[in-house]
Design a protein around this ligand. Structure first.
Ligand SMILES: [Zn+2]
Length: 433
Protein backbone atom coordinates (compact mmCIF):
# COMPACT_ATOMS: atom_id res chain seq x y z
CA UNK A 1 0.00 0.00 0.00
CA UNK A 2 1.72 3.20 -1.08
CA UNK A 3 1.50 5.89 1.56
CA UNK A 4 -0.20 8.85 -0.04
CA UNK A 5 1.12 12.23 0.89
CA UNK A 6 -0.25 15.71 1.01
CA UNK A 7 0.82 18.95 2.52
CA UNK A 8 -1.88 20.89 4.28
CA UNK A 9 -1.21 23.76 1.97
CA UNK A 10 0.56 23.71 -1.34
CA UNK A 11 1.32 27.01 -2.86
CA UNK A 12 4.13 28.23 -5.02
CA UNK A 13 3.40 31.87 -5.58
CA UNK A 14 5.05 33.97 -8.27
CA UNK A 15 7.89 36.17 -7.11
CA UNK A 16 7.35 39.88 -7.57
CA UNK A 17 10.41 40.82 -9.62
CA UNK A 18 9.68 44.53 -9.20
CA UNK A 19 9.99 44.38 -5.40
CA UNK A 20 12.46 46.91 -4.09
CA UNK A 21 15.95 45.77 -3.31
CA UNK A 22 17.32 47.26 -0.10
CA UNK A 23 20.44 49.39 -0.50
CA UNK A 24 22.65 46.83 1.21
CA UNK A 25 22.20 43.15 1.78
CA UNK A 26 23.85 40.96 4.36
CA UNK A 27 25.49 37.87 2.89
CA UNK A 28 26.22 34.84 5.06
CA UNK A 29 28.33 32.01 3.65
CA UNK A 30 27.74 28.76 5.45
CA UNK A 31 30.99 26.81 5.33
CA UNK A 32 31.10 23.87 7.71
CA UNK A 33 33.97 24.17 10.15
CA UNK A 34 34.74 22.52 13.42
CA UNK A 35 35.50 19.02 14.63
CA UNK A 36 32.51 17.51 12.80
CA UNK A 37 32.97 19.26 9.43
CA UNK A 38 32.42 16.75 6.63
CA UNK A 39 30.42 14.34 8.82
CA UNK A 40 26.75 13.67 8.14
CA UNK A 41 24.66 12.80 11.19
CA UNK A 42 21.39 11.01 10.52
CA UNK A 43 19.42 11.88 13.61
CA UNK A 44 16.41 9.84 14.62
CA UNK A 45 14.06 11.08 17.33
CA UNK A 46 12.45 7.99 18.83
CA UNK A 47 8.83 7.06 18.14
CA UNK A 48 6.24 9.62 16.96
CA UNK A 49 2.58 9.24 16.12
CA UNK A 50 1.60 6.12 14.19
CA UNK A 51 -1.55 5.25 12.32
CA UNK A 52 -3.41 2.35 13.86
CA UNK A 53 -6.40 0.38 12.74
CA UNK A 54 -9.13 -0.54 15.15
CA UNK A 55 -10.04 -4.20 15.68
CA UNK A 56 -12.28 -4.38 12.62
CA UNK A 57 -9.56 -2.88 10.46
CA UNK A 58 -11.13 0.58 10.28
CA UNK A 59 -10.98 3.45 10.83
CA UNK A 60 -7.35 4.44 10.96
CA UNK A 61 -6.46 6.74 13.82
CA UNK A 62 -3.34 8.51 15.02
CA UNK A 63 -1.87 7.48 18.32
CA UNK A 64 1.26 8.27 20.25
CA UNK A 65 3.49 5.31 21.03
CA UNK A 66 4.15 6.17 24.68
CA UNK A 67 1.99 7.56 27.48
CA UNK A 68 3.20 10.65 29.33
CA UNK A 69 4.86 10.04 32.69
CA UNK A 70 5.86 12.84 35.05
CA UNK A 71 5.29 15.40 32.32
CA UNK A 72 7.38 13.55 29.71
CA UNK A 73 5.95 11.79 26.68
CA UNK A 74 8.85 10.01 24.99
CA UNK A 75 7.59 10.65 21.44
CA UNK A 76 7.43 14.39 22.02
CA UNK A 77 10.51 14.62 24.22
CA UNK A 78 12.79 13.02 21.65
CA UNK A 79 11.49 15.31 18.92
CA UNK A 80 11.99 18.40 21.06
CA UNK A 81 15.46 17.33 22.20
CA UNK A 82 16.59 16.76 18.62
CA UNK A 83 15.16 20.04 17.31
CA UNK A 84 15.88 22.34 20.26
CA UNK A 85 19.01 20.91 21.85
CA UNK A 86 20.99 18.52 19.67
CA UNK A 87 20.72 19.25 15.94
CA UNK A 88 21.91 22.85 16.18
CA UNK A 89 24.85 21.92 18.41
CA UNK A 90 25.97 19.24 15.97
CA UNK A 91 25.78 21.80 13.17
CA UNK A 92 27.75 24.36 15.17
CA UNK A 93 30.47 21.71 15.42
CA UNK A 94 30.43 21.42 11.63
CA UNK A 95 28.18 18.41 11.03
CA UNK A 96 25.47 18.19 8.40
CA UNK A 97 22.33 16.99 10.19
CA UNK A 98 19.52 15.06 8.54
CA UNK A 99 16.58 14.46 10.87
CA UNK A 100 14.33 11.50 10.14
CA UNK A 101 11.37 13.20 11.77
CA UNK A 102 10.45 16.61 10.34
CA UNK A 103 12.57 19.28 11.96
CA UNK A 104 10.29 22.25 11.23
CA UNK A 105 7.54 22.18 13.86
CA UNK A 106 5.10 24.17 11.73
CA UNK A 107 2.05 22.36 10.47
CA UNK A 108 2.32 24.49 7.33
CA UNK A 109 4.69 23.51 4.56
CA UNK A 110 4.73 24.21 0.86
CA UNK A 111 6.88 23.58 -2.13
CA UNK A 112 7.80 24.99 -5.48
CA UNK A 113 8.50 22.42 -8.19
CA UNK A 114 10.22 22.99 -11.53
CA UNK A 115 6.83 22.93 -13.28
CA UNK A 116 5.31 25.62 -11.01
CA UNK A 117 4.84 29.33 -11.73
CA UNK A 118 7.42 30.25 -9.08
CA UNK A 119 10.21 28.47 -10.94
CA UNK A 120 12.46 30.10 -13.53
CA UNK A 121 15.67 29.24 -15.38
CA UNK A 122 18.27 31.55 -16.90
CA UNK A 123 20.63 29.86 -19.32
CA UNK A 124 20.47 26.56 -21.10
CA UNK A 125 19.34 23.18 -20.03
CA UNK A 126 16.65 20.67 -20.74
CA UNK A 127 13.87 18.82 -19.02
CA UNK A 128 14.38 15.25 -17.90
CA UNK A 129 12.23 12.65 -16.25
CA UNK A 130 13.77 10.37 -13.63
CA UNK A 131 12.92 8.12 -10.73
CA UNK A 132 14.53 10.48 -8.27
CA UNK A 133 12.53 13.52 -9.39
CA UNK A 134 9.74 15.17 -7.46
CA UNK A 135 6.72 15.27 -9.75
CA UNK A 136 7.12 14.28 -13.40
CA UNK A 137 10.66 15.52 -13.90
CA UNK A 138 13.46 17.99 -13.25
CA UNK A 139 15.73 20.42 -15.13
CA UNK A 140 19.17 19.33 -16.28
CA UNK A 141 21.21 22.57 -16.48
CA UNK A 142 24.56 23.61 -17.90
CA UNK A 143 26.93 24.76 -15.17
CA UNK A 144 26.57 28.35 -16.41
CA UNK A 145 22.78 28.35 -15.97
CA UNK A 146 20.88 29.23 -12.84
CA UNK A 147 17.50 28.35 -11.46
CA UNK A 148 15.22 30.26 -9.11
CA UNK A 149 12.34 29.11 -6.92
CA UNK A 150 10.25 32.04 -5.67
CA UNK A 151 7.64 32.06 -2.94
CA UNK A 152 5.74 34.25 -0.49
CA UNK A 153 5.84 33.44 3.22
CA UNK A 154 2.39 32.48 4.51
CA UNK A 155 3.45 33.32 8.08
CA UNK A 156 6.20 35.01 10.07
CA UNK A 157 9.20 33.27 11.57
CA UNK A 158 12.10 31.02 10.74
CA UNK A 159 11.36 28.48 8.02
CA UNK A 160 13.37 25.36 7.22
CA UNK A 161 14.40 25.09 3.57
CA UNK A 162 14.88 21.78 1.75
CA UNK A 163 15.88 21.09 -1.85
CA UNK A 164 15.73 18.09 -4.15
CA UNK A 165 17.88 17.24 -7.11
CA UNK A 166 18.73 14.21 -9.20
CA UNK A 167 22.25 13.02 -8.46
CA UNK A 168 24.83 11.56 -10.82
CA UNK A 169 28.66 11.54 -10.97
CA UNK A 170 28.76 14.44 -13.47
CA UNK A 171 26.79 16.81 -11.26
CA UNK A 172 28.41 19.79 -9.56
CA UNK A 173 30.13 19.08 -6.27
CA UNK A 174 29.73 22.77 -5.51
CA UNK A 175 26.13 23.55 -6.27
CA UNK A 176 25.36 26.82 -4.58
CA UNK A 177 21.96 27.38 -3.02
CA UNK A 178 21.39 31.01 -2.05
CA UNK A 179 18.32 31.61 0.08
CA UNK A 180 17.36 35.25 -0.45
CA UNK A 181 15.08 37.06 1.97
CA UNK A 182 14.43 40.82 1.52
CA UNK A 183 17.44 41.65 3.71
CA UNK A 184 19.83 38.70 3.58
CA UNK A 185 21.50 36.14 1.36
CA UNK A 186 22.29 32.84 3.05
CA UNK A 187 24.59 30.70 0.92
CA UNK A 188 25.03 26.93 1.24
CA UNK A 189 27.23 24.73 -0.94
CA UNK A 190 25.87 21.29 -1.76
CA UNK A 191 27.38 18.27 -3.50
CA UNK A 192 24.83 17.19 -6.11
CA UNK A 193 26.73 14.02 -6.92
CA UNK A 194 24.96 12.49 -3.92
CA UNK A 195 21.65 12.45 -2.11
CA UNK A 196 19.42 12.74 -5.15
CA UNK A 197 15.73 12.21 -4.54
CA UNK A 198 15.95 13.30 -0.89
CA UNK A 199 14.45 16.44 0.57
CA UNK A 200 17.92 17.52 1.64
CA UNK A 201 18.13 20.16 4.40
CA UNK A 202 19.64 23.38 3.04
CA UNK A 203 19.19 25.79 5.95
CA UNK A 204 16.68 28.31 7.21
CA UNK A 205 15.17 31.62 6.18
CA UNK A 206 13.54 34.18 8.45
CA UNK A 207 10.58 35.95 6.90
CA UNK A 208 7.61 38.07 7.86
CA UNK A 209 4.18 37.03 6.61
CA UNK A 210 3.68 38.10 3.01
CA UNK A 211 7.37 38.69 2.30
CA UNK A 212 8.74 37.38 -0.96
CA UNK A 213 11.82 35.22 -0.97
CA UNK A 214 13.66 33.03 -3.40
CA UNK A 215 16.07 30.16 -3.54
CA UNK A 216 18.68 30.53 -6.24
CA UNK A 217 20.77 27.66 -7.60
CA UNK A 218 24.01 28.15 -9.48
CA UNK A 219 27.39 26.51 -9.31
CA UNK A 220 30.54 25.26 -10.89
CA UNK A 221 32.41 22.11 -11.75
CA UNK A 222 29.56 20.15 -13.25
CA UNK A 223 26.00 20.21 -14.48
CA UNK A 224 23.27 21.30 -12.12
CA UNK A 225 20.07 19.52 -11.29
CA UNK A 226 17.11 21.76 -10.45
CA UNK A 227 14.06 19.94 -9.18
CA UNK A 228 12.05 21.25 -6.24
CA UNK A 229 12.33 23.34 -3.08
CA UNK A 230 10.30 22.73 0.06
CA UNK A 231 9.75 25.29 2.83
CA UNK A 232 8.54 24.73 6.39
CA UNK A 233 7.03 21.64 7.97
CA UNK A 234 3.65 20.44 6.87
CA UNK A 235 0.97 18.06 7.93
CA UNK A 236 -0.56 14.88 6.70
CA UNK A 237 -3.72 12.83 6.90
CA UNK A 238 -4.30 9.37 5.44
CA UNK A 239 -7.42 10.60 3.65
CA UNK A 240 -10.46 12.86 3.83
CA UNK A 241 -12.16 12.91 7.22
CA UNK A 242 -9.07 11.85 9.15
CA UNK A 243 -7.25 13.95 11.68
CA UNK A 244 -4.43 15.95 10.08
CA UNK A 245 -1.20 15.53 12.05
CA UNK A 246 1.84 17.82 11.90
CA UNK A 247 4.72 16.10 10.13
CA UNK A 248 7.00 16.88 13.08
CA UNK A 249 4.87 14.66 15.31
CA UNK A 250 4.53 11.64 13.08
CA UNK A 251 6.81 8.63 12.72
CA UNK A 252 9.07 8.61 9.63
CA UNK A 253 7.24 5.64 8.06
CA UNK A 254 4.30 8.01 7.44
CA UNK A 255 6.43 10.75 5.90
CA UNK A 256 8.45 8.91 3.30
CA UNK A 257 7.18 11.38 0.72
CA UNK A 258 8.41 14.45 2.61
CA UNK A 259 11.67 12.70 3.52
CA UNK A 260 12.40 11.46 0.03
CA UNK A 261 13.90 8.20 -1.08
CA UNK A 262 12.18 5.40 -2.94
CA UNK A 263 8.81 4.12 -1.75
CA UNK A 264 10.29 0.63 -2.01
CA UNK A 265 11.90 1.31 1.38
CA UNK A 266 8.41 0.94 2.86
CA UNK A 267 8.56 -2.80 2.16
CA UNK A 268 11.04 -5.47 3.17
CA UNK A 269 12.63 -7.80 0.67
CA UNK A 270 10.08 -10.53 1.43
CA UNK A 271 7.25 -8.17 0.46
CA UNK A 272 6.00 -7.51 3.98
CA UNK A 273 5.46 -3.97 5.22
CA UNK A 274 8.43 -2.45 7.00
CA UNK A 275 8.06 -1.37 10.59
CA UNK A 276 8.81 2.27 11.33
CA UNK A 277 12.11 1.45 13.03
CA UNK A 278 13.34 -0.81 10.24
CA UNK A 279 12.35 1.89 7.76
CA UNK A 280 14.52 4.40 9.65
CA UNK A 281 17.55 2.11 9.53
CA UNK A 282 17.06 1.16 5.89
CA UNK A 283 16.37 4.74 4.86
CA UNK A 284 19.61 6.05 6.39
CA UNK A 285 21.56 3.12 4.92
CA UNK A 286 20.07 3.87 1.50
CA UNK A 287 20.61 7.65 1.82
CA UNK A 288 24.25 7.31 2.79
CA UNK A 289 26.22 5.46 0.12
CA UNK A 290 29.77 4.43 1.00
CA UNK A 291 32.28 6.01 1.23
CA UNK A 292 30.22 8.82 2.74
CA UNK A 293 31.32 9.57 6.27
CA UNK A 294 28.15 9.37 8.31
CA UNK A 295 26.70 8.10 11.56
CA UNK A 296 23.22 7.36 12.84
CA UNK A 297 22.08 8.45 16.30
CA UNK A 298 18.79 7.27 17.73
CA UNK A 299 17.40 9.23 20.66
CA UNK A 300 15.05 7.62 23.18
CA UNK A 301 13.95 7.81 26.79
CA UNK A 302 13.67 4.68 28.86
CA UNK A 303 11.05 2.96 31.00
CA UNK A 304 11.17 0.26 33.65
CA UNK A 305 11.83 2.26 36.81
CA UNK A 306 15.57 2.29 36.37
CA UNK A 307 17.67 5.41 36.45
CA UNK A 308 20.23 7.14 34.23
CA UNK A 309 21.55 6.54 30.74
CA UNK A 310 21.87 3.35 28.75
CA UNK A 311 23.81 3.48 25.48
CA UNK A 312 23.41 0.64 23.00
CA UNK A 313 25.41 -0.69 20.10
CA UNK A 314 23.21 -2.77 17.81
CA UNK A 315 23.36 -6.55 17.49
CA UNK A 316 21.03 -9.00 15.80
CA UNK A 317 19.84 -12.18 17.44
CA UNK A 318 18.31 -13.89 14.41
CA UNK A 319 20.45 -14.33 12.43
CA UNK A 320 23.15 -13.62 15.03
CA UNK A 321 25.24 -10.62 14.05
CA UNK A 322 27.94 -8.91 16.11
CA UNK A 323 27.95 -5.16 16.61
CA UNK A 324 29.90 -3.18 14.04
CA UNK A 325 33.24 -2.08 15.50
CA UNK A 326 32.42 1.54 14.64
CA UNK A 327 29.14 1.33 16.52
CA UNK A 328 30.78 -0.20 19.54
CA UNK A 329 33.40 2.52 19.71
CA UNK A 330 30.79 5.23 19.10
CA UNK A 331 28.64 3.94 21.95
CA UNK A 332 31.78 3.72 24.08
CA UNK A 333 32.71 7.32 23.30
CA UNK A 334 29.23 8.47 24.40
CA UNK A 335 29.43 6.50 27.62
CA UNK A 336 32.81 8.02 28.28
CA UNK A 337 31.76 11.62 27.57
CA UNK A 338 28.55 11.74 29.59
CA UNK A 339 29.82 11.79 33.21
CA UNK A 340 32.09 14.79 32.76
CA UNK A 341 29.45 16.84 30.93
CA UNK A 342 26.67 15.98 33.40
CA UNK A 343 28.76 16.38 36.55
CA UNK A 344 27.57 19.91 37.30
CA UNK A 345 23.95 19.75 36.16
CA UNK A 346 23.16 16.22 37.36
CA UNK A 347 25.76 15.09 39.92
CA UNK A 348 25.98 11.33 40.17
CA UNK A 349 23.92 10.73 37.02
CA UNK A 350 24.15 6.96 36.43
CA UNK A 351 25.74 5.87 33.14
CA UNK A 352 25.93 2.15 32.42
CA UNK A 353 28.60 0.34 30.46
CA UNK A 354 27.90 0.04 26.74
CA UNK A 355 25.01 -2.33 26.16
CA UNK A 356 24.32 -4.53 23.18
CA UNK A 357 20.75 -4.29 21.96
CA UNK A 358 18.73 -6.09 19.32
CA UNK A 359 16.94 -2.93 18.15
CA UNK A 360 16.09 -2.64 14.48
CA UNK A 361 17.15 1.01 14.23
CA UNK A 362 20.75 0.11 15.02
CA UNK A 363 20.81 -3.61 14.22
CA UNK A 364 23.64 -4.45 11.80
CA UNK A 365 21.04 -6.38 9.79
CA UNK A 366 19.24 -3.17 8.80
CA UNK A 367 21.59 -0.37 9.74
CA UNK A 368 24.92 -0.16 7.96
CA UNK A 369 26.14 3.14 9.40
CA UNK A 370 28.10 3.36 12.64
CA UNK A 371 25.27 3.94 15.05
CA UNK A 372 24.22 4.21 18.67
CA UNK A 373 20.87 4.09 20.40
CA UNK A 374 20.80 6.50 23.30
CA UNK A 375 18.36 6.00 26.16
CA UNK A 376 18.87 9.41 27.73
CA UNK A 377 17.05 8.75 31.00
CA UNK A 378 13.99 7.03 32.48
CA UNK A 379 10.79 8.98 31.82
CA UNK A 380 8.97 6.79 34.37
CA UNK A 381 11.28 7.69 37.23
CA UNK A 382 10.40 11.02 38.86
CA UNK A 383 14.02 12.07 39.38
CA UNK A 384 15.08 11.29 35.80
CA UNK A 385 11.92 12.89 34.43
CA UNK A 386 12.72 16.09 36.32
CA UNK A 387 16.16 16.18 34.67
CA UNK A 388 14.68 15.39 31.25
CA UNK A 389 12.51 18.50 31.61
CA UNK A 390 15.47 20.64 32.72
CA UNK A 391 16.94 22.79 29.91
CA UNK A 392 20.38 22.81 31.59
CA UNK A 393 20.46 19.01 31.66
CA UNK A 394 19.31 18.74 28.08
CA UNK A 395 21.91 21.24 26.90
CA UNK A 396 24.72 19.49 28.77
CA UNK A 397 23.57 16.13 27.43
CA UNK A 398 23.57 17.40 23.87
CA UNK A 399 27.06 18.85 24.37
CA UNK A 400 28.24 15.50 25.69
CA UNK A 401 26.97 13.81 22.52
CA UNK A 402 28.72 16.36 20.29
CA UNK A 403 31.94 15.92 22.26
CA UNK A 404 31.62 12.15 22.07
CA UNK A 405 31.16 12.14 18.31
CA UNK A 406 34.14 14.48 17.88
CA UNK A 407 36.39 12.29 20.02
CA UNK A 408 35.16 9.16 18.32
CA UNK A 409 35.85 10.71 14.94
CA UNK A 410 39.40 11.61 15.92
CA UNK A 411 39.87 8.09 17.19
CA UNK A 412 40.84 9.47 20.56
CA UNK A 413 38.03 8.10 22.67
CA UNK A 414 39.55 6.00 25.42
CA UNK A 415 36.87 3.80 26.86
CA UNK A 416 37.35 2.94 30.53
CA UNK A 417 37.36 -0.81 31.04
CA UNK A 418 34.30 -0.61 33.25
CA UNK A 419 32.33 0.89 30.36
CA UNK A 420 33.01 -1.94 27.93
CA UNK A 421 30.09 -4.27 27.19
CA UNK A 422 30.15 -7.79 28.50
CA UNK A 423 30.21 -10.41 25.74
CA UNK A 424 26.95 -12.39 25.72
CA UNK A 425 27.47 -16.09 26.36
CA UNK A 426 30.97 -15.56 27.76
CA UNK A 427 32.06 -15.78 31.40
CA UNK A 428 30.96 -12.78 33.51
CA UNK A 429 33.38 -9.95 33.17
CA UNK A 430 34.63 -11.03 29.72
CA UNK A 431 34.36 -7.68 28.00
CA UNK A 432 34.40 -6.65 24.36
CA UNK A 433 37.54 -4.85 23.22
ZN1 LIG B 1 11.97 4.45 22.96
Amino acid sequence: MPVAFLFSSFFGLPFDASAEEPASRAVALHIPSGPLAGLIVYLSAGHGRLLHRTADGRPLAWSWQRDPRYGVREDEWTGDFVVEDLAGRLEQAGATVVTLRERDPRSVGFLVDDADAGFAVEGSGGWAGADQAWGPGWRDLEDTARATWSFTAPGSGVWRVYARWVSSPDRSAEARYTVRSPTRDEVWTIDQRRHGGIWWPIGTVELAEGQNAEVLLDGAGGRLSADAVRIGGGSWAPGPGYEVAPLAEIAPIHRQSSLGGPASLLWLDDGSESSDIRFRARWATWASPTPEEAIFLSIHTNAGRGRGSEIYAGVERDPPLDPQPGSLSLAGAIVEALPAHLRLVAPGWPVDAVRLGDFSEVSPRWQHLPSALIEVGFHDHPTDARFLRDPAFRGAYAEALVDAVARWRMGSAVIPDAFRPVVPGHPPGDRLP
